[in-house]
Design a protein around this ligand. Structure first.
Ligand code: NDP
Ligand code: GDR
Length: 373
């Protein structure tokens, strides 16, 4: 029997990798995409299947996590074996700008899906995965963070996700729904949104290397994160729904690095050696040596990173480090891609794009380069 899965947030980083993963396993995959005035399916265009073809395995539905009747209708039509709730306003800094919307989508959106499962009598059939987050630990109460570490959210995003975490646990306990939380630490890839810190760095430095931008403006580069690769993490999302009993798991690498280190690695991938000097808002990174031809636009003495306090957050999560022992012991999951390998892949992909853009620019096409976030 072909299994079916419904993915909210299929157009995002994780949704695209998970859709690929489930299609390869033979699933019929349904995804909810938002109506937008521009195309927003770039991350899944390579797996798109024409609905006019016989038996397409990937089907897209217009929808939104703020729309109860829409979600209920889609669930009723699809009757999925598995729901992966990955849809969210997922940017922590943006959640301070749009707290109410973030609460609606990231908090109540989860309730809408769980209620729809209950209302439609799918409790015995549909398994539910909630995209919980290490941001729940916020002001950390214990290091490393594990499943039992108390939460202390530090942003409207994290507070909304805290609601989702507990409503998922509650529907499991109250109604017997197979529902679990993956408490995922930061995970990245070449498909990461351009305003999250790793991608902002790899894309920004690749652009600087090719002369498309001059300087990277950063926020708190002392921040410490436990970075994994999205491909490893979506595999774990699926594994969590294949157990006999629903449980919550921390997904992390158990290793931690600073944003400054990630900048250094990314520059090194481009053959750029950096020297950091100054403190706080006056800290800069200056090019000390260029050792390859990947960065023709950069020369020693160039200042290519400065701090812009605009990117500081009203309340910061300074440090996150996960303990994935439970996932390893119970599911046999271990991450396969290191943070350094992931950084190299991201730089390599962003360099390809930057080279194409540099070529276009040389022929008179100007492309907007700057990102805010
Ligand atoms: P992305 O930001 O890349 O993707 C978010 C997805 O949610 C996009 O498909 C987006 O659609 C969709 N979405 C946004 N708002 C709505 C809405 N109102 N209704 C329906 N869909 C909506 O996030 P990631 O793929 O990185 O993360 C996936 C999930 O995992 C998110 O819930 C995130 O909070 C969580 N998470 C992520 C971690 C990470 O490090 N990546 C770590 C821990 C948790 P569109 O493309 O149209 O914008
Ligand atoms: P985070 O990811 O907030 O951890 O949430 P992000 O990459 O945005 O920030 C990581 C750390 O880097 C610092 N930082 C900057 N961040 C951004 N975006 N831009 C900057 O210029 C910058 N300079 C420094 C941040 O302050 C922060 O400390 C991500 C999201 O994917 C969430 O959805 C998910 O739940 C968590 O990871 C786990």
């Amino acid at each position: 029997m072909t299994k079916s899965a419904l993915i909210t947030g299929i157009t995002g980083q994780d949704g695209s990798y998970l859709a690929e993963f489930l299609l390869a396993k033979g699933y019929e995959v349904h995804g909810i995409k938002r109506r937008a005035s521009l195309f927003n399916t770039q991350r899944i265009d390579h797996i798109y299947q024409d609905p006019h073809e016989p038996n397409p395995k990937l089907k897209l539905h217009y929808g939104d996590l703020t729309d109860t009747s829409n979600l209920t209708r889609i669930l009723s039509e699809v009757q999925p074996d598995e729901v992966y709730n990955l849809g969210a306003q997922s940017h922590v800094a943006v959640s301070f700008e749009a707290p109410e919307y973030t609460a609606d989508v990231d908090g109540i959106g989860t309730l809408r899906l769980l209620e729809a499962i209950r209302f439609l009598g799918l409790e015995g059939k549909t398994r539910f995965y909630q995209a919980s987050t290490s941001e729940l630990y916020g002001l950390v109460q214990e290091t490393p963070q594990r499943e039992t570490t108390p939460f202390y959210p530090r942003s409207p995003y994290a507070v909304a996700k805290l609601y989702s975490y507990w409503i998922t646990v509650n529907y499991r306990e109250a109604y017997g729904i197979y529902a679990c939380n993956g408490i995922l630490f930061n995970h990245e890839s070449p498909r990461r949104g351009e305003t999250f810190v790793t991608r902002k760095i790899t894309r920004g430095l690749a652009n600087i290397a090719q002369g498309l931008e001059q300087c990277l403006y950063m926020g708190n580069i002392d921040s410490l994160r436990d970075w994994g690769h999205a491909k490893d993490y979506v595999r774990m999302q699926w594994m969590m729904l294949q157990q006999d009993v629903a449980e919550d798991f921390v997904i992390a690498t158990g290793l931690q690095y600073s944003v400054r280190e990630f900048i250094t690695w990314s520059a090194a991938e481009l053959g750029i050696e950096l020297e950091f000097s100054g403190e706080g808002v006056d800290e800069t990174a200056t090019v000390s040596r260029v050792t390859s031809d990947m960065a023709p636009a950069v020369k020693p003495g160039d200042v290519i990173m400065r701090i812009d306090p605009r990117y500081f957050r009203p309340a910061e999560v300074e440090t996150l480090l996960g303990d994935p022992s439970k996932a390893k012991a119970k599911l046999g999951w271990v991450p396969e891609i290191t943070a350094q390998e992931m950084c190299a892949e991201m730089v390599s992909e962003d360099l390809k794009t930057a080279r194409r853009h540099a070529l276009l620019k040389a022929h008179g096409y100007d492309l907007p380069m700057a990102v805010e976030g």
